[in-house]
Ligand binder design. Structure first.
Ligand code: NAD
Length: 276
């Protein structure tokens, strides 16, 4: 099936009368998830540190007649997440679905761990691990009290194996997210809240293109990267990057009642590049 058909697919009403929070909603997988959740009936809080991008996504949802809120928030800041969660529940109502999509990549130290400074290591963990933790902590207790909720954390093939494009901090952060997913799934499954993760392979979004730009600081690194990406695609059974919409399709399935007995999984969405 070609990647572009995923954009048009929808299960009407699957999230009717439900409130969903999507972080990273300004771009890529988060934007695709927000659009589809809205098409399937959810009121969506579009969270991103890119305020203009979040506003653009929310405006697109509202233009189609849906309820949507844009929320400018740096997910690496605990107090900002708490305030954002409170605002969302006041404006849209109790949250049923949380998609922790926002994340960053980095290439520092790819040539050696000695070139990975504290602040770059910390920044990746702050966003990719702490950000999801802050959102889970803000919203899971309410879901549990109501006995209904679903969370999807967006990890990566990097968390299942190792990153092909980003650095040690990225791989570490995405593996940590899978541990967080399993632990929360155990603790909250018995209270009516499912917690799962998706592990995308290569996705054609600004993130993968930004990694290319950063790595291309010199002609040598650019050439090495081009070679790496070509090899990456050569070994993919489905020989292309996925679309953001294909990732959103898997994410929405896990958030939906269609996955009512699925809890604590790390779902590989990588075209068969890594199988385990
Ligand atoms: N693109 C890929 O190949 C790929 C592969 C595996 C996993 N992923 C994961 O998928 C998720 C989404 O990535 P994408 O490819 O859509 O990237 P993207 O760059 O298109 O989107 C990421 C979004 O997250 C937002 N964001 C980043 N840091 C933030 C912060 N501190 N607070 C709030 N928002 C923040 C950005 O502003 C952006 O809108 C990430 O967690 C990424 O690690 C991507």
């Amino acid at each position: 099936m070609p990647a572009d058909t995923a954009a048009a697919r929808t299960c009407p009403g699957r999230f009717a009368d439900r409130v969903a929070v999507v972080t990273g909603a300004a771009s890529g997988i988060g934007r695709a998830a927000a659009l589809r959740l809205s098409r399937e009936g959810a009121a969506v809080a579009c969270v991103d540190r890119n305020a203009a991008g979040a506003a653009q996504t929310a405006a697109a949802l509202r233009a189609a007649g849906a309820r949507a809120l844009d929320v400018a928030c740096d997910i690496a800041r605990s107090a900002d997440v708490r305030a954002a969660a409170e605002r969302i529940e006041t404006d849209l109502g109790p949250v049923f679905a949380l998609a922790n999509v926002a994340g960053i990549g980095d290439v520092a130290g790819q040539d050696g761990i000695e070139n990975l400074p504290d602040e770059r290591w910390q920044q990746v963990l702050d966003v990719n691990v702490n950000g999801s933790f802050y959102w889970c902590r803000a919203l899971l207790p309410g879901m549990a009290a109501r006995g209904a909720g679903a969370v999807v954390n967006v990890s990566s093939l990097a968390g299942r194996s190792k990153s092909a494009n980003a650095n040690l901090a990225y791989t570490t952060s995405k593996a940590a997210l899978l541990g967080m997913t399993r632990h929360l799934a155990f603790d909250y499954g018995r209270r009516g809240v499912r917690v799962n993760a998706i592990c995308p392979g290569g996705v054609d979004t600004p993130m993968i293109r930004a990694a290319a730009t950063l790595a291309a600081a010199s002609p040598e690194t650019a050439a090495a990267r081009a070679k790496g990406l070509a090899a990456y695609q050569f070994f993919m059974p489905i020989q292309r990057l996925s679309s953001a919409e294909e990732q959103a399709a898997a994410l929405l399935w896990l958030l939906s009642d269609d996955a009512s007995y699925v809890n604590g999984v790390s779902l590989d969405v990588n075209g068969g590049l890594y199988m385990a």
